[in-house]
Design a protein around this ligand. Structure first.
Ligand code: ZN
Ligand code: ZN
Length: 281
């Protein structure tokens, strides 16, 4: 399936272009996993955004694919969100209307409200036409766009040597540089520690709200070369303490269940200790 998705310059959704896409339930059947997408922007409404767009006129600006679809837990209306994969931005705008008319076929019955739909199904012919006008050349098929083992090597080295201040600075920027998977993982798993439940916002207040480490479940040594990441199964949010403990010994990265067992054991001990202290007083 081929679907156009609209991204407004200002939107109520916290969409991240090429990373996440939120949508109401009525569009679910047009946005199934694997659907090929064309990103569309309507006519500019606020000139402030002029520099951030390829054109002020209605236009297409990227292609991508739907990764997986999840319910938006914060929505009371059954809204959903999707992870976006293979995002390929255009270098120049493909205008929605040119000398020969609109690129999309507007049914006679929809003349008045066609453009109001945020998600619009198109056929393969229109999809190919937009791609050829974008002069993309070959749209990459399923090449991993991220070298997981490289990035993780970075991270592990840094955790390993984080006793010196410079290293922990670099550790932060490793994430800042590629926020895509981090944002997807947080959208899917939330931002509380998966192992101990710690939440930075709840503990430290608004200043720390949303802070969390994202950990890759497979140790670097076992990845065996570049591989694409599924943020649902490969990534997990951990607090800074749990994350450090997982990577405490390079030769033996703990699994999340091993980490949870450690926490379980000591929390049993401390509740026993509390019981003893309580008996003495
Ligand atoms: Zn934790
Ligand atoms: Zn990690």
């Amino acid at each position: 399936m081929y679907t156009i998705i609209t991204e407004n310059d200002e939107s109520a959704w916290e969409d991240e272009t090429g990373i996440l896409y939120h949508f109401p339930k009525r569009y679910q059947r047009y946005l199934e996993p694997g659907t090929r997408l064309v990103y569309y922007k309507g006519k500019i409404t606020n000139k402030l955004f002029s520099g951030k767009r390829l054109s002020d006129s209605p236009h297409y600006f990227a292609v991508a694919k739907i990764g997986k679809v999840y319910p938006d837990k914060e929505s009371t209306k059954g809204d959903l969100f999707a992870t976006i994969v293979d995002y390929t931005p255009f270098e120049k705008a493909v205008l929605a209307k040119n000398e020969s008319g609109y690129l999309e076929t507007i049914p006679d019955t929809r003349k008045n409200n066609y453009w109001r739909d945020g998600a619009r199904v198109i056929d393969q012919y229109i999809y190919q036409k937009i791609i050829s006008l974008a002069e993309l050349g070959q749209v990459s098929e399923s090449t991993p766009d991220y070298n997981a083992s490289e990035a993780l090597n970075d991270l592990d080295n840094l955790l390993e040597s984080s006793s010196d201040g410079k290293a922990s600075m670099r550790y932060v920027t490793t994430y800042e540089r590629d926020p895509k998977y981090r944002k997807q993982a947080i959208a899917i798993h939330g931002n509380s520690c998966f192992a101990c439940g710690f939440n930075f916002g709840e503990f430290y207040g608004e200043y720390a709200d949303g802070y969390i480490h994202i950990h890759h479940r497979t140790p670097v040594s076992e990845l065996g070369g570049p591989k694409s990441i599924d943020p649902e199964t490969d990534l997990v949010p951990l607090c800074a303490n749990c994350h450090s403990v997982v990577h405490r010994r390079r030769a033996n990265t703990l699994s999340i269940s091993e980490l949870m067992e450690l926490i379980e054991k000591t929390s049993n001990k401390s509740s026993k200790r509390d019981a003893v202290t309580g008996a003495r007083s």
